[in-house]
Design a protein around this ligand. Structure first.
Ligand code: ATP
Ligand code: MG
Length: 424
């Protein structure tokens, strides 16, 4: 026998015992989006590779090591999206949203992202993100709104033990000076840093601060921080963000080392960390990206947003015992006492479903006893029993499994009878 085929490394099936938890998180995200005035969009799963190379930056981990890039049959280089921000800005520009009167465009999406990473708990090669973006204005209060939105989502999900870390990563006006200072600091340390860091010294020394290797982290501990060389405009922007966060009662920590993994960030950068996740502890990350639109060939269009990992949200919520709602179940099961009544049972089932009652029946030839056992195990509330004699008289037995009461009800009245019973 041929070996059975398994899913590729680093991807997961989200099975029924878990999918309802995801639905809960997504429903909550949708509600928060509405309450903050963000509109949902659906973006393509793959894009031209160029979008990510230019949008995210050639020297980032994501572009250098993590992309799923392939050639299609027309010899175009395409990439499974590793994140959504670049796509969102591409869509904004492509559809002329910059010409709309209402700015910023407040958009969100949810879906799978793909990164070739070493799979671990909370780190997968296909994972889901919730992505919120406000594109079109530079107002620091939009940064506050974005951070607030993420925190409000986590609050409604009941998540606790979270830490907000923020920093400003400056702008093209203040970064060159900082870059030089950083290079001066790093030069004597270079031989001790990893190969990737060495390669980044010339191309993008800021990235070195984002290296996850403990040895590199330790060596660069005393590095000067971009925060200390911000220009006047970036400093003022950051001050307003901090005031805004304080006003909405959001507690945060300033982390002068936070640079984030993507090149496009300017000014505000932030992450929300979960104290219950171990090594993969970021439940979301985001910030401002005022030059992303230009990087992908558009005009100057500022923006700010965040992306949250759905797997890590669910993991944190499970760890913390947060309520994730309940798995969906049917309320009613229909049991024909005789195989000859199965087709008639199907008709009853159809009328129940038409009345909005969640109902099912057995197709596997189980005995009535085992069907009743399954029904009570699954928390089913009502059973309709179709017996030969009663069915011939146009009635069915309806049993309330909560009270044990049973009554004969004319078949046509069963849906409304059950609807009433389920309301009680
Ligand atoms: P990390 O530092 O954990 O690698 P990142 O900075 O690469 O995160 P972002 O690109 O900011 O992550 O993505 C936003 C969020 O998406 C993260 O905070 C995390 O919750 C989630 N995420 C990122 N990569 C993965 C992955 N491989 N598997 C699961 N979730 C992920
Ligand atoms: Mg990463």
């Amino acid at each position: 026998m041929a070996e059975s085929i398994k899913a590729p490394r680093g991807v997961r099936d989200i099975l029924p015992d878990e999918s309802w938890k995801w639905a809960y998180v997504l429903t909550m995200a949708r509600k928060v989006a509405e309450d903050f005035g963000y509109q949902e969009v659906h973006l393509p799963i793959f894009e031209q590779t160029e979008l990510f190379c230019r949008g995210i930056g050639d020297t980032t981990d994501v572009v250098e090591k993590e992309m799923y890039t392939f050639e299609d049959r027309g010899n175009r280089s395409l990439t499974l999206r590793p994140e959504a921000t670049a796509s969102m800005v591409r869509a904004y520009l492509e559809h002329g949203m910059n010409k709309d009167a209402r700015q910023p465009a407040k958009l969100w999406c949810a879906g799978p992202m793909f990164r070739y990473e070493r799979p671990q708990k909370g780190r997968y090669r296909q994972f889901w993100q919730l992505d919120f973006e406000a594109i079109g204005v530079q107002d620091p209060l939009v940064d506050v709104e974005i951070i607030h939105l993420s925190l409000e989502l986590y609050r409604r999900l009941g998540m606790t033990n979270l830490e907000v870390v923020i920093n400003s990563v400056g702008c093209p006006a203040c970064r060159p000076k900082y870059r030089e200072a950083l290079q001066n600091f790093l030069e004597p340390l270079l031989p001790d840093l990893c190969e990737t860091c060495q390669g980044r010294y010339d191309r993008n020394p800021l990235r070195i601060l984002d290296c996850k290797r403990p040895e590199c982290k330790e060596k660069t501990e005393g590095a000067p921080s971009i925060f200390d060389s911000l220009c006047e405009e970036c400093r003022e922007h950051f001050d307003t963000v901090r005031q805004g966060l304080e006003t909405i009662g959001a507690r945060y920590t300033l982390d002068k080392r936070l640079v984030r993994g993507l090149d496009y960030y300017t000014k505000t950068a932030y992450e929300v960390l979960s104290g219950d996740l171990g090594a993969q502890n970021a439940v979301c990350g985001g910030g401002r990206y005022d030059h992303l639109a230009e990087a992908i060939g558009g005009p100057f269009v500022p923006g700010v947003g965040f992306a949250a990992g759905v797997e890590r949200i669910v993991l944190t919520m499970e760890q913390q015992g947060c309520s994730l709602g309940e798995p969906p179940r049917v309320d009613v099961t229909v049991i024909p006492l005789d195989p000859s009544l199965r087709v008639e049972a199907m008709g009853l089932l159809a009328s129940l479903r038409k009345a909005g009652i969640a109902a099912s029946m057995d197709y596997a030839g189980k005995t009535m006893k085992s069907q009743l056992k399954v029904a009570s195990q699954e928390g089913i509330r009502g059973v309709c029993i179709l017996g030969g004699d009663e069915a011939a008289q146009g009635v069915g037995g309806v049993k309330n499994l909560r009270t044990g009461e049973q009554e004969n009800v004319p078949l046509r009245e069963i849906p409304s009878y059950l609807a009433k019973m389920l309301r009680e």
